[in-house]
Design a binder for this molecule. Structure first.
Ligand SMILES: *Cc1c(COP(=O)(O)O)cnc(C)c1O
Length: 393
């Protein structure tokens, strides 16, 4: 599961296709380039490597093309947080299995969700469990646990999640009411520390035991790190840690294990093709920024993943120097933190190809000042070109 020959061949192939797009279209507006083969490969990495079932957290990228491709390669369970996400998942796959894992819901959202059919509801407090009202006996309720623990690039535990004591009590209540007890957690996004999952799994086992309840399923959340397709992935190390922790803490009769990656599933499957609108000194003004597809870059560390290309699709020459990057809006906040190292000859009219930009990018475009990446193009498939499926079937 390292960045193998296939990944590198795919990335080269797609870089050549991106250069074709520049030559043929010269897009002046920002353009998202969808890489369906890469998405299919990542889905296979999860489906073959993760020791359990795989669902996809729709919020990371709800584009219909993404949801359809996932469904077509067998990811047919979706972690949804809103009615709109439920509908998007069902549009991609009318039989999609829905996990409604936003623990705060309005009454009308609950009614809509019931009419659509929910396979699992997450809950982190009694009031929200009660708010669900009558549900069929045996409905799966996943108690969401939060341990005060770091590990992700930022923390998801400060908003949602019951403490271990609250979770024990809730789990008992779920079982007493004839519902199917399950647990879930989220270690924090872009989490690179496998022990985060192991600690949570140990805690869930202890809580289930204290509550005197057998867990039907345990959902270990998302949080898996995206690495870029030229860098060896850490996913197999995390999968192995999860498998070991489940074997250790649930030695007999283990629950069904689920994961719900968002970021790691889609990050590499979309590249952004941005254009330099102007250069002044060491500052570049791009055609998208923090109010658009780079919204997350304000809060997240920015990996080295930008390539400068000329309007003929050739790499820009010159040794790398540090540039300050502004987006297109008239707000001075619209500046990417830090600097980007780009070739010193980068100039107005050139393109910046941002790889690994599929997660929390298009989903965050605001449209402020009339800007933001809206155009979405699918890169010609490597599968079609090669005349065969890259996985051999
Ligand atoms: C956002 C979210 C995910 C996906 O998280 P990533 O860090 O993108 O993998 C999974 N589960 C829940 C409940 C979430 O809110």
């Amino acid at each position: 599961m390292s960045a193998g020959e296939d990944d590198i061949k795919h990335a080269r192939f797609d870089q050549a296709r991106a250069a074709d797009v520049i030559r043929n279209i010269r897009p002046d507006d920002p353009l998202a380039l969808f890489r369906p083969d890469t998405l299919a490969r990542t889905a296979q990495t999860f489906r073959r490597g993760f020791p359990g079932h795989v669902s996809y957290a729709v919020k990371a990228n709800p584009a219909p093309e993404i949801l359809k491709e996932l469904a077509s390669v067998g990811v047919t369970t979706f972690d949804v947080a809103s009615v709109a996400e439920m509908r998007a998942a069902r549009l991609a796959d009318p039989a999609a299995r829905l996990h409604y894992h936003n623990p705060i819901r309005s009454l009308s959202e609950i009614a809509e969700a019931k009419s659509l059919g929910i396979a699992s509801w997450s809950v982190d407090r009694l009031s929200e469990l009660n708010k669900l009202g009558p549900v069929p006996a045996g409905t799966e309720i996943a108690v969401r646990l939060s341990l005060k623990r770091g590990g992700g690039a930022y923390d998801f535990g400060s908003k949602f999640g019951a403490s271990p004591n609250e979770a024990t009590e809730l789990l008992r209540t779920v079982a007493k009411r004839g519902l199917t007890p399950a647990m879930t957690f989220h270690p924090g996004t872009q989490c690179t520390d496998p022990s985060s999952w192991a600690d949570y799994i140990a805690a869930c086992a202890g809580i289930a035991q204290a509550a005197g309840v057998r867990l039907a399923s345990l959902n270990v959340g998302g949080g898996f790190p995206a690495s870029g397709d030229l860098v060896p992935s850490q996913l197999h190390v995390i999968f192995a840690a999860i498998e070991r922790a489940v074997a250790t803490h649930f030695p007999a009769d283990p629950p069904h294990i689920w994961c719900e990656p968002g970021r790691a599933m889609v990050a590499d499957s979309v590249w952004l093709l941005l254009r330099v609108k102007a250069r002044s000194g060491q500052t570049l003004y791009l055609n998208d920024g923090l109010y658009g597809a780079l919204g997350e870059w304000r809060d997240m560390p920015v990996p080295e993943r930008q390539v400068a290309l000329t309007p003929t699709g050739q790499p820009v020459t010159g040794s790398d120097v540090a540039f300050t990057i502004f987006g297109p809006t008239c707000d001075s906040l619209d500046r990417v933190p830090g600097v980007w190292d780009l070739p010193e000859d980068t100039n107005e009219g050139d393109y910046i190809l941002l790889t690994g930009a599929g997660a929390y990018s298009l989903a965050l475009v605001t449209g402020f000042n009339g800007y933001g990446t809206r155009d979405f193009a699918t890169l010609q498939s490597f599968r079609d070109r090669a005349g065969q499926h890259p996985h051999g079937g």
